[in-house]
Design a binder for this molecule. Structure first.
Ligand code: C2E
Ligand code: MG
Ligand code: MG
Length: 755
């Protein structure tokens, strides 16, 4: 297509008499004669390269004729119209059909001209030029305005109800329309974002694609201050000649000249009174006097783009809120699910690694939630920066992260475990967070596609199952296998049975005595729950208590137990049997239940028991989770004492316990078990005893099975003893008998051996 940069000059063959058109082309002399006799216009014949071959004028347009004689067609027209003329000529040739185009005359020429361009078939064009009388010109101005409205309507229509994903395409299409209409070479949208000017959309006339935009990614306030200021002030900047820009616009001139731009029109994109960017229309080789209509069209487009881009930003913000985690900035569960679904659909081989930070909860408790949050941020930043490309990392919730890793065809067990092991080592390196040097470990559950599941749901379920098992394993790693599935199925079955047992209150309990380590006097008894299912048989408490905690069933079970304990104690007391207190194990869930204190108060009242007849055992890790102090203070007011159970297995420090209303420490059974196997355990027990006594806490040794253990504990100053050496847990009748007959104490307690 002729791009207007070629401006063929005038031709010598101007025939003012309406003489013969002798042709080399396909028109016969008779045809030509007919043409010339019938037209009242100025007829110009252009050759294949666009030069004026011949002009035939019947005489009505002397001004036109003069101009044609001296300079050809181009000087006759405004630059915009000249371009429009050549574009129409190109189209007529391409399509082999006549084209009509309305043109504005340059100064000294008729104001409006109408041109009809007829291709002859051999590359030549017959062009009939006609002056348009003023009335008709008015009509044409109206038509032009109508055309602008039509184009703007079309553009607006394009954006109505458009899906945000398609806004960019719609902007590009509209830029193409603007380019064709204005006769520009390139049309761009530049947006101002984070202090940078960014070229976000663009259209180029054929042949102009290779050029770079005049204003690339740069800080706009310092790099193109004049243009930005002018857009704020003037609303529209029309640069007809780049080299004629004022001195203060030297940066802009430099940019434009470097990009080869001769003329430019910039229209601001303003939303809510703020400049969001601009549309830049550029002409490369030509100096271009931009028409009023073109400016009007661009202004309208600027308004349309402003609201469309704003909408896109809002949608992006909404998307960000809906699909990204606020704290870490990582994709959230929903987005990861979508991603995994896509990978499954594509049939990719990949692994899903579900990562659980083992120590995050403790760090939250010990150093506060702010440090906990910073830790999660630091972990996600480390994972993000160190992981190879091609993976997606998401925050799965709390302190869990999910990672997808492409696998190629190697979804071998070793490869998967190796990946997860590397991840663990990476996370094990110390992290500096808020002045603390933190070391964290993690458990990883792994499932891979397609081996361990074909769809999102099964894969995620299997990764979760694997993680659950990984948390229990020594190395914290677990690859999904069918065994886990079976275990999950049996767990489900157990849960169903447990629910039924809760409904029918079909639990029982037993009591295990605790005695003074020196005198052998009965201190109290620990109540321990038992469950024998009609189908599954006796289930160990460790198993069903964990499940009851996970499912929340521990709440009704705990209530049942407390009721039963209080009624047993009241009954025994009425029968004259002496039992100072009963200790009851209370789980974290129960402590979170606000009704617990009231429940205990009512129970004690109803059964006529003093608060001191109850002791609550709270495991060390539960005690350290969150703020339990208020509840414990309440219990203390009721006279109920608190024991820290399984001490030594959690993360508490005695200095922390010092601030809690706690009366007793129960050293975990594992230390007692290993007293004569591991010297460290002996040292730990001695240290716990010394420190606990400094804090006025009494210490119970759990799981005492041998006289040797008992002797060591007594020597070390342990206050209370519990264990099979004294008695196994007994059912209520058995325990009542024991209360009646008295406990058969080991020989160590005989008077001779007592100091
Ligand atoms: P725990 O609170 O540490 O209870 C002590 C456990 O040690 C009991 O196991 C008891 O039977 C066992 N034990 C006592 N002396 C010895 C000994 O000399 N050698 C050995 N090997 N074991 C001894 P049990 O009854 O199986 O309970 C296990 C755990 O289940 C309890 O540990 C407690 O954490 C939980 N549990 C039991 N009943 C309840 C309950 O009613 N509520 C809650 N929340 N947890 C309970
Ligand atoms: Mg206990
Ligand atoms: Mg214990």
């Amino acid at each position: 297509m002729n791009d207007g940069s070629r401006q063929p000059g005038a031709d010598r063959n101007v025939d003012q008499t309406g003489g013969q058109l002798a042709g080399r082309g396909t028109l016969s002399p008779i045809e030509l004669d007919t043409v010339l006799r019938t037209v009242s216009d100025c007829v110009v014949i252009l050759d294949g390269s666009g030069h004026v071959h011949r002009v035939v004028s019947p005489g009505q347009s002397p001004a036109v004729l003069d101009a044609l004689q001296t300079g050809g067609i181009v000087p006759l027209l405004t630059p915009t119209s000249a371009r429009a003329f050549w574009h129409a000529a190109g189209r007529a040739r391409e399509r082999g059909r006549p084209e009509t185009v309305e043109l504005s005359g340059s100064q000294g020429s008729p104001r409006v001209l109408s041109a009809r361009l007829q291709p002859t078939g051999d590359g030549r064009l017959i062009c009939a030029l006609r002056d348009v009388p003023p009335a008709q010109a008015g009509q044409q101005a109206l038509d032009a305005r109508f055309e602008i409205h039509r184009m703007l309507n079309q553009a607006s229509y394009r954006f109505i109800n458009i899906h945000p994903d398609r806004i960019d395409t719609a902007i590009d299409q509209t830029l193409a329309d603007l380019g064709s209409y204005t006769g520009a070479d390139r049309v761009y949208v530049y947006q101002l974002r984070n202090r940078l000017l960014t070229n976000t959309h663009g259209w180029c006339r054929n042949g102009q694609e290779a050029r770079v935009p005049a204003f690339g990614r740069r800080p706009y306030r310092s790099e193109i201050p004049w243009l930005i200021r002018s857009l704020y002030d003037l609303e529209l900047v029309s640069i007809e000649d780049t080299s004629g820009l004022p001195a203060e616009a030297h940066r802009e001139r430099g940019n434009l000249l470097q990009a080869g731009v001769s003329s430019m029109l910039a229209v601001p994109i303003i939303y809510s009174g703020t400049l969001q960017g601009f549309i830049g229309v550029e002409s490369i080789a030509d100096r271009h006097a931009w028409s009023d209509e073109g400016e009007q069209l661009l202004r309208g487009a600027g308004d349309i783009f402003a609201s469309a881009l704003q909408r896109k930003r809002s949608e992006q913000r909404i998307f960000q809120l809906a699909y990204y985690d606020r704290l870490t900035g990582l994709p959230n569960r929903q987005l990861l699910r979508r991603h995994v679904a896509r990978l499954c659909e594509r049939g990719d081989t990949f692994s899903l690694l579900l990562i659980d930070l083992r120590d995050a909860g403790t760090i939250n408790d010990l150093l506060g939630h702010d440090v906990g949050d910073l830790l999660l941020k630091a972990v996600s930043a480390r994972l993000r920066s160190r992981l190879p490309g091609g993976n997606v990392l998401a925050r799965w919730g709390g302190d869990e992260f999910m990672l997808t890793l492409p696998l190629g065809t190697l979804d071998e067990k070793d490869v998967l475990l190796h990946q997860a092991g590397e991840l663990q080592s990476m996370l094990a390196e110390p992290l500096r967070v808020a002045g603390h040097e933190l070391r964290i470990s993690c458990s990883v559950g792994i499932a891979s596609h397609p081996r361990h599941g074909l769809d999102v749901d099964s894969l995620l379920r299997h990764a979760e199952l694997a993680l659950r098992q990984a948390k229990l394993s020594l190395d914290g790693l677990m690859l999904y296998n069918q065994g886990l599935q079976r275990r999950a199925a049996s767990r489900k079955r157990l849960e169903t049975r447990l629910r039924a047992a809760v409904d029918a209150s079909s639990f029982s309990l037993c009591y295990q005595p605790m005695v003074d380590a020196v005198s052998g006097e009965l201190h109290g008894a620990e109540a321990l729950m038992r469950w024998k299912d009609s189908e599954l048989g006796q289930i160990p408490p460790d198993e069903f208590i964990a499940l009851a905690e996970e499912t929340g069933l521990i709440i009704p079970m705990g209530e049942w137990l407390l009721e039963r304990v209080c009624s047993d104690l009241a009954m025994w007391r009425q029968a004259g049997l002496q039992l100072p207190r009963i200790s009851v194990n209370v789980s974290g869930h129960q402590l979170l239940d606000e009704r617990l204190a009231t429940l205990l108060e009512n129970l004690l009242q109803r059964h006529g028991l003093p608060g001191a007849s109850l002791e609550l055992e709270i495991t060390e890790s539960t005690l350290m989770e969150g703020e339990k102090c208020k509840l414990l203070q309440h219990l203390r007011r009721l006279g109920i004492s608190v024991a820290v159970d399984d001490f030594g297995t959690g993360y508490s420090s005695l200095s922390k316990i010092k601030h809690m209303p706690v009366n007793i420490l129960k050293i975990d059974r594992s230390f007692i078990e290993d007293l004569f196997i591991d010297r460290n355990d002996r040292a730990i027990v001695i240290a716990i005893l010394a420190m606990a006594h400094q804090l006025n806490l009494r210490v119970v040794a759990e799981g005492v099975e041998t006289e040797q253990q008992l002797a060591f504990l007594r020597e070390s100053g342990c206050d209370l003893i519990q264990g099979f050496l004294l008695a196994h847990p007994l059912d209520p009748d058995g325990f009542a008998n024991l209360l009646r007959t008295g406990l058969a104490l080991p020989t160590l307690f005989t008077p001779e051996t007592l100091q």
